[in-house]
Structures are given as structure tokens and as C-alpha cells.
Design a protein around this ligand. Structure first.
Ligand code: PLP
Length: 400
């Protein structure tokens, strides 16, 4: 096998430079551990950015993928295929939604949500209602409409002109939403807990009050649960923590444990605006991805994965809180379940590099926030070893 440096050089020659990558080539994984091509192991505290919820190299998911791949990989959505029907059936039985649209990524799921919103009001004869209010510091994807919906300049820079019909308000500020609503408003779209924006949780009454506001004005509420969905925050969907439901929800990331899949779910009253030909995706609901998703869901049920996430997430947060007590460098610990962040009073990137050298994959967002989104099967031992590592790194920092 080529060395890491040879592969890195080749990659620089042949792959567009859209990612700032860490200098390792990962070759295999088992549960919460991944290995590079020097056989160095790392405990994975990022899980492909909140994706591989039951970890790497899972036998029953691999078996489901293999069985489906040798039977039928793809036939297009011109025909029915059983795995996507079974998955949609499960998702609708376990959510507010009546219908699912399948696609292949988070951005596509949000595109579908934006299109469904516009079509819904078009069908009602209210074509002037097309504007979607989204949140500052949000992240909704990289397609033209979803980068427009995203409330972060760095994602948009250089790509103007943007798609018309979006306005932005600060997250967790109800008055700002009230002031932004006008005769053109069609929907409010937000992540129940902002992920890329810095693991920001809303006040407990914010989402219920947004729901009420939407009902009062006949506006749709769209939850982007691409990062928070499928158990990540300790409930199947993060909005369950707040006892309200949206009209539309998007999922991706953790839905198929690493196979590309996105879903846009809606109540019938809204979903009926999509009819044959309104929207489509060649690969959406692909039998292999749908089989992986069903196998993952079976593991959730068999092994009480979401309950484990809730318990171990609380333990992890407690440990981060006690680090916070002993290190001035930490300003705040936040998040829910296994989507956690620590806000530092300094640049976080050097700590990601140091953790990598010590055998841990973590991630830095917004410059100074360390984010942790491990597989939902992470153990107390893994957490203890990361905490020990962070403790010694922060101590080292203090002594310099
Ligand atoms: N929405 C949220 C909340 C996300 O976190 C992401 C990805 O990070 C996306 C949308 C975009 O998903 P994808 O990269 O699969 O297009």
C-alpha cells in the first residue's frame, strides 16, 4: 500500500481542494475505533460527523448491505422496492409524519423541504408566500438554495447571487422571529439544536413558542434534524425534548449508518403538494441504503441504543462539566445526548491536532468550540480516556 504521504500527494493532485484534511489515511474501523494505514488506532469521537451511530464495521449492517447488494442494488424509482417502503413505514410510525421523500444527502433533503413549502403555498393559491425565515449561524447544506438558507457568511462567500426568498434572525430570539414575519412568510426553518453553528441549544420554551407562532400565522415549521436526528441527542428526534412537532422534518447523516441517504418527512396535509413529477431523485431510497438503515434501526431496538445515548451522554457531559471546573480555558459546556461541545476562550484547532496525536478524533467548529459526536455505542472507558487526554492537554496549556 502507498504510504500516507504518497496518498496525500496524489490526493492533492487529483481531488478538488474543498476540504482541510488531517494528515492520516483511514483504512478500517470496528465499533468506536478506526485505524490508519500505519495501523495506528484512534477512538472516534466524531463518527463521520454524527453519522456512524452504531459504529464502524458492524456485522449485521454489513450483512444487510451484502444481502441486498447481491440481490438488487438499483432499479430507479420507476418501480417499487421493498426496503424503502419498510423504512418509510417505520419512520412514519415513529414520528409526526405521514409521508417520506427519499434522497441522498442532507442538502438534498433540505432542498426538498424548501420546494415542498413553495409548492404547498402555490397549491393554496398563495404564491406571494414563499419566504423562509432561517437562523443566523445555521447550517443547511451547500446547494444554492441550502447555502442561501444557511446563516453563515463563510459558506456563502463567492457564490452570489443567492436564491431569493430567505431572511435571517438570531437563534433563540422569539421577538426577532415575530418582527420578521410578514405577508410573504411561508415557513420557519431551523435546527432544533444548532450543530455546525456551535452546538447551541434553545431555551426550553423557544421551540414551543415558535410552533404557536407558526400556527397563529398559518406558517410551516421545518426542523432540520440532519445532525440531531436518529437518536443523537437522546431522543429519536431532538424536537421530542420540547414536546412539539414540526410540519416538515429533514434527516440524513445518521439515518443509514454511513451509507448516503437523506429523507424529507411531512404531514399528509403538506406532503400532498408533491405529486408524480413534482420532485425526484435517481438514487433516492436506494435498496442498499434503505436496507442498511433498517438494519441499524433493528440494532437500536435490540440494544436500546437511544437509552444508552441518553445515559452515556449525561455521563460525558458531567465529565466535561467537571473539566470546566478545573480549567479556565473552558468557557462553557453545552449540548444534549451525544452532541456535545466545549467552548474555549482560545483557538480550538491546536487541541484537535493534539488529540489526533494522542489517538482521538474530535472536531473544532466556529474556531473555538470542540465538538464531540461519537458513535451512540461509545463506552464509559472511551469517555474516561478522552477526558484524561483533554485534562492533560489543558493542564499543559495552563503551564505554558
Ligand atoms: N443540515 C445540517 C443541520 C447539517 O449538519 C448538515 C451537514 O453537516 C447538512 C444539513 C448538510 O448535509 P449534507 O452534507 O449531507 O448535504
Amino acid at each position: 500500500m502507498d504510504t500516507q504521504n504518497e496518498l496525500k500527494t496524489l490526493s492533492d493532485q487529483v481531488i478538488m481542494n474543498t476540504y482541510a484534511r488531517y494528515p492520516i489515511v483511514l483504512t478500517k474501523g470496528k465499533d468506536c475505533i478506526v485505524w490508519d494505514n500505519n495501523n495506528t488506532s484512534y477512538i472516534d469521537f466524531i463518527a463521520g460527523i454524527a453519522v456512524c451511530n452504531v459504529g464502524h464495521g458492524n456485522e449485521s449492517i454489513a450483512q444487510a448491505i451484502y444481502e441486498q447488494a447481491k440481490t438488487l442494488v438499483h432499479v430507479s424509482n420507476l418501480y417499487y422496492t421493498e426496503p424503502q417502503i419498510r423504512l418509510a413505514n417505520w419512520l412514519t410510525h415513529h414520528s409526526f409524519a405521514d409521508k417520506v421523500f427519499f434522497c441522498n444527502s442532507g442538502a438534498e433533503a433540505n432542498e426538498a423541504a424548501i420546494k415542498l413549502t413553495r409548492k404547498y403555498f402555490y397549491d393554496k393559491g398563495q404564491t406571494d408566500r414563499f419566504q423562509i425565515i432561517t437562523m443566523k449561524h445555521s447550517f443547511h447544506g451547500r446547494t444554492m438554495a441550502t447555502l442561501t438558507a444557511t446563516g453563515q457568511e463563510k459558506v456563502k462567500k463567492g457564490f452570489a447571487p443567492y436564491v431569493p426568498g430567505f431572511s435571517f434572525v438570531p437563534f433563540n430570539d422569539l421577538d426577532a422571529v415575530k418582527n420578521a414575519i410578514n405577508a410573504n412568510t411561508a415557513a420557519i426553518m431551523l435546527e432544533p439544536i444548532q450543530g455546525e453553528g456551535g452546538v447551541c441549544c434553545p431555551d426550553t420554551d423557544y421551540l414551543p413558542k415558535l410552533r404557536q407562532l407558526c400556527d397563529d400565522h398559518g406558517i410551516l415549521l421545518i426542523f432540520d434534524e440532519i445532525q440531531t436526528g436518529m437518536g443523537r441527542t437522546g431522543c429519536l428526534f431532538a424536537h421530542e425534548h420540547y414536546q412539539i412537532v414540526p410540519d416538515i422534518m429533514t434527516l440524513a447523516k445518521g439515518i443509514a449508518n454511513g451509507l448516503p441517504m437523506g429523507c424529507m418527512l411531512a404531514k399528509d396535509s403538506v406532503a400532498k403538494s408533491f405529486s408524480a413529477g413534482s420532485h425526484a431523485s435517481t438514487f433516492g431510497g436506494n435498496p442498499v441504503a434503505a436496507s442498511a438503515a433498517m438494519a441499524m434501526i433493528q440494532l437500536y431496538l435490540k440494544n436500546n441504543i437511544i437509552e444508552h445515548c441518553r445515559e452515556i451522554g449525561a455521563y460525558f457531559k458531567q465529565q466535561l462539566d467537571s473539566l470546566n471546573q478545573s480549567h479556565e480555558i473552558i468557557k462553557e459546556v453545552r449540548g444534549k445526548g451525544l452532541l456535545l461541545g466545549i467552548v474555549l476562550d482560545t483557538d480550538g484547532a491546536p487541541f484537535v491536532d493534539l488529540c489526533l496525536k494522542k489517538g482521538f478524533l474530535i472536531n473544532c467548529i466556529q474556531g473555538n468550540i470542540l465538538r464531540f459526536a461519537p458513535p451512540l455505542i461509545i463506552t464509559k472507558e472511551h469517555i474516561d480516556s478522552l477526558i484524561q487526554c483533554l485534562d492533560s492537554l489543558f493542564k499543559g496549556k495552563a503551564s505554558h
